[in-house]
Design a protein around this ligand. Structure first.
Ligand code: ADP
Length: 684
């Protein structure tokens, strides 16, 4: 057994494997594409969010800066209002009450001695027990800077504990005061960094986020809003103040930026699922298409095999008469390859030149839209070597899916073989008829000899009697002469009878010899019967049979081949006589009678034709079932000297005339053979 799979199976398996590989690669690529898209989208979103956040941070820095600048102006105006320490403190309290970011205000003289001071009522209770001088260095540093630049200056922040054990970052700011260009002292303001964040920034901008001030190294100094939990983005900006630099840091949760990781993943996931769904649908669709393609290929292969196996030639032509399709059988039939036929119009390469005109006329009829007979028509085609051959063409209109006729489809059958068989059968039929004729001639010869025996014997005996009279006149009476004359008359009459017998036979035989093909003529039934009568009489006399002929008076003439029908009558009558046992019963019993009857049948309803009915009745032995079954089979005979051709020929002849030949049991005994022949139309 061969263990390897057939090549087509192996090819199919390879194609399947390739398909799977392609699908897997496609899925992998898609997954990679989706992941990349996700990362890129996330990166893009994050950079957008970061930009926005940085912009917001810059806004916050500028808010703080402008808040601080506004405070500087407020503090400068405080100085112009409060000229005495008492009044100053009064105004300072008002300022502190309005600005919660300020913890303390001090008025110092040019050598930084405190002239007046005020602590914010909001911080007073809570400020821890730390002596002020511990931060004097910061105040000095800030005021030195202020003096140098003649502008407000800040000192680095420092931690100041609260009473409750916590604490906060504070920052000193020093504003130089002058009067008429002369330095008059300093205004020192202590800022709470926490306060700066909560008071100088609008609450709305901070909500949900963490805003913190840190050292440049990242150490946190103050925080507002609380650090967001979870995933967040942070941006920071420098907050440069004269004398001190800090960082403002803004922490924003991703969710607040529309950057929820789940949202994006969910979106990409949903997209992926949809993509997979579409892929699955595409896959299903492709499967169905592949299946449809496979089915189509199978149907095509089936059609191809069918066309190739057909022995009938197939040919399609368009409405212009050009050949659009031929099958191998057609190519073989006309002996031309398909490419020599396709696209060829009128005249087609297989039309015999002498037929072109006729075929063109036929084509014109077809193109004019007249339908052709369904049973087809015969035609003649030609092979390239010039041989002509008969074909049967059956045509049908080619209708497309829109119901429009696009051409003609023809099935072409080669009739050469059929014609050959028909010719052979015709020839053998003719031979059979000739043989049958010979047979009946043989029979006639025996009848003739039997019939001639009697007159010849009579002639011989009259002749010998006459001779006797001549040779021995003395032994006879004187009136022997009249006896001789009598004998000679009898001889003459017997010779005449013999001559008639011979003439009747030769007449019959000569007519048959002259008869060539089937010729139709109008013959009266009496004439038909009379023609065979002499021969029938011979046999009837021999077999001691009475012949009875009944022809209805209104019988029209039959349209038939006279010779053939006479032969039929002769055959049937002779068969009937031969079927009657010889010798008995006696002639007068009424049973040794052969009856030939002819009458006219009423006109048929279907076609109005009139038929003549012939019946040949005998009183013979009848037909056994076995004989009846094989009666018309050629060469079937029960007679020692029979040929068995008579009845089969009779039936052929009658059927050639369009009639029928049947038989049935006769009324008392014997058989009736009946046949019909077309009657001539009565002349008006
Ligand atoms: P053949 O006469 O040479 O035998 P036929 O074809 O005429 O050939 O007849 C075939 C056979 O049919 C006869 O041998 C005979 O047995 C039978 N047959 C024909 N006609 C009759 C008839 N009228 N009665 C009985 N038998 C008949």
């Amino acid at each position: 057994m061969n263990a390897t799979a057939p090549p087509s199976l192996a090819r199919a398996a390879r194609a399947q494997w390739r398909r799977w590989l392609l699908w897997s690669a496609l899925l992998l690529l898609l997954a990679a594409l989706l992941a990349t898209a996700m990362v890129l989208a996330r990166g893009f979103q994050e950079s957008q969010a970061r930009q926005q956040l940085e912009h917001e941070t810059a806004n916050l820095v500028s808010d703080i800066r402008s808040g601080l600048n506004r405070n500087v102006q407020t503090l400068q105006s405080l100085h112009t209002l409060g000229r005495s320490p008492g009044a100053w403190e009064q105004f300072a309290l008002e300022v502190l009450e309005q600005h919660r970011e300020l913890v303390r205000l001090e008025w110092r003289d040019r050598s930084l001695r405190t002239l007046a001071q005020r602590v914010s009522p909001f911080y007073q209770q809570n400020l821890g027990p730390r002596p002020r001088h511990e931060v004097e260095q910061d105040v000095i540093a800030a005021c030195n800077g202020a003096r140098r630049t003649s502008a407000p200056a800040y000192a680095p922040s420092y931690f100041w504990p609260d009473k409750d054990g916590h604490g906060q970052e504070l920052m000193e700011m020093c504003i130089p005061m002058s009067d008429g260009g002369m330095s008059t002292g300093y205004m020192v303001a202590t800022y709470s960094l926490q306060g700066v964040l909560t008071e100088l920034l609008e609450r709305g901008t901070v909500r949900g986020r963490g805003v913190s001030l840190t050292e440049v190294d990242g150490t946190r100094l103050a925080l507002s809003g609380g650090r967001p939990r979870g995933d967040s983005i942070a941006t920071q900006q420098l907050l440069e103040l004269p004398g001190h630099v800090m960082m403002l840091r803004l922490d924003s949760p991703r969710s607040l930026m529309g950057l929820s990781p789940w949202g994006l993943t969910g979106l990409v996931g949903a997209l992926s699922l949809m993509l997979l769904g579409v892929l699955a649908l595409l896959g299903y669709d492709m499967r169905k298409r592949l299946q449809a393609e496979r089915e189509l290929a199978e149907a095509l292969a089936f059609r191809k095999a069918m066309e190739n196996s057909l022995v009938t030639g197939l040919r399609a032509r368009n409405m212009q008469g050009q050949i659009t399709y031929v099958n191998p059988a057609f190519c073989e039939l006309v002996g031309l390859p398909a490419n020599a036929l396709l696209g060829k119009g009128i005249p087609a390469p297989y039309w015999p030149p002498e037929m072109v005109d006729e075929y063109q006329r036929r084509q014109a009829v077809r193109l004019a839209g007249r339908t052709l007979p369904r049973e087809g028509f015969e035609s003649v085609f030609m092979r390239p070597d010039g041989t002509r051959f008969p074909v049967l063409i059956i045509e049908a209109a080619l209708i497309n899916a829109q119901g429009v006729q696009t051409g003609w489809m023809s099935a072409i059958l080669d009739l050469s073989e059929q014609h050959r068989v028909e010719a052979i059968s015709r020839a053998s039929q003719e031979r059979l008829q000739a043989t049958a004729r010979l047979a009946s001639v043989g029979e006639m010869a025996s009848l003739l000899s039997h019939e001639l025996n009697q007159p010849l014997a009579a002639i011989a005996s009259y002749a010998s009697g006459s001779l006797n009279l001549i040779e021995h006149p003395q032994g006879h009476a004187v009136d022997a002469l009249p006896d001789m004359a009598q004998a000679l008359r009898r001889i003459a009459s017997q010779a005449d009878r013999a001559g008639k017998v011979i003439k009747s036979v030769t007449d019959f035989v000569r007519r048959r010899e002259n008869a060539q093909d089937l010729v139709r003529e109008q013959v009266r039934p009496e004439a038909l019967v009379q023609a065979v009568m002499p021969l029938l009489t011979l046999q009837a006399r021999k077999d001691n049979i009475r012949l009875q002929v009944d022809i209805a008076p209104d019988c029209p003439a039959a349209v038939c081949d006279r010779t053939m029908v006479e032969q039929v009558l002769l055959n049937l009558a002779r068969n009937g006589m031969q079927a009657m046992p010889k010798g008995m019963p006696p002639e007068d019993s009424g049973l040794r009678v052969l009856r030939v009857a002819v009458w006219k049948l009423p006109a048929s309803h279907a076609d109005g034709k009139v038929w003549l009915h012939f019946a040949v009745t005998d009183h013979g032995s009848g037909l056994s079932d076995d004989v009846a079954a094989r009666l018309f089979t050629p060469f079937f005979t029960t007679k020692a000297e029979g040929m068995g051709l008579g009845l089969s020929l009779c039936r052929t002849v009658i059927e050639q005339h369009g009639g029928t030949l049947v038989h049935e049991a006769a009324e008392h005994s014997g058989t009736v053979f009946r046949f019909t022949l077309p009657a001539a139309h009565p002349t008006p």
